[in-house]
Design a protein around this ligand. Sequence first.
Ligand SMILES: Nc1ncnc2c1ncn2[C@@H]1O[C@H](COP(=O)(O)OP(=O)(O)OP(=O)(O)O)[C@@H](O)[C@H]1O
Ligand SMILES: N[C@@H](CCO)C(=O)O
Length: 304
Amino acid sequence: MSLVSTVTVKVPATTANLGPGFDCIGAALKLYNEVKFTRLDAGGLIIQVSGAEAEKVQTDESNLLYQAFVKLYQYIEQTPPSVKIEIKLGVPLARGLGSSATAIVGGLVAANQLAGSPLSELQVMELAIAMEGHPDNVVPALLGGCRLAATSLTGWEICDVTWHRDIVPVVAIPDFELSTSEARRVLPTEVSRADAIFNIAHFGLLLRGLATNRQEWLKAALQDKLHQPYRQALIPGYEAVNTAAVAAGAYGMVISGAGPTLLALADASEAKTVGTAMLNAWKQEGITSIVRSLPLDTQGVTIS
Ligand SMILES: Nc1ncnc2c1ncn2[C@@H]1O[C@H](COP(=O)(O)OP(=O)(O)OP(=O)(O)O)[C@@H](O)[C@H]1O
Ligand SMILES: N[C@@H](CCO)C(=O)O
């Protein structure tokens, strides 16, 4: 079997949790990181990064893309080849849009391709979930669309979640970072029965609301008691942006992933107004942000 010498992977950003679906639901968005891997005969590791905040990405063996690349070769018990990795950043770092998932998925998928595809998509997915520690970013990054992941008796069950075409995700991305590990440190390890019931009910409502675009269901469904109440204090201006988004016609607003990006869901007819309101609300708090309506990506990672 002759092995290819270069592979390019394009991996979408993702928004996880969607309010009550902490650590189990996420959606892929039309915003991408692109990474080209080229085998090197001379040995060594070369990492080149371009795009906004490129200087923040590690260019040595600690780079997460490279670590994922190595992880797959370790799994198949082979020595990883020397490579040049060219990264074009489109997904902002540590903002709650799944940048670490793009790196994990990108590194694993590229390694599998360069190794001659020894692992199935399911095996790559399981490795990605193990590396990230939860499935809600890596699964939609791999498969596209909105996905729900639950453990089964033998592994994982992945379910595609119907997303009504008129529901638009509007993201407001602030100019400060919040690492996922920091945003997980503030969460309690145990929750009350009342909070658990609250989230089960609202998550069910969310799934039906996403399928139907029924206003009253979505307006109630985006509430959460498992993570957002504890994380809001890490995001200055949260309340002001939430109030502005809802007043402008959003169904509601949630923290995207672990934050600090804030995600409003709105009917397509209201998306632009909602975005402007979020941008202005943060501006009044002295925070610069970029606001975008990002449709769902339906393809997930692509390889060329
Ligand atoms: N393209 C990349 N190449 C290498 N490392 C990356 C890349 N993108 C992200 N990372 C690593 O992932 C870190 C950010 O991960 P973190 O989990 O804190 O945030 P996130 O994945 O963007 O947010 P969330 O998990 O809430 O969606 C970066 O600081 C960097 O170390
Ligand atoms: N479910 C994860 C997503 C961010 O990686 C969290 O909220 O911590």
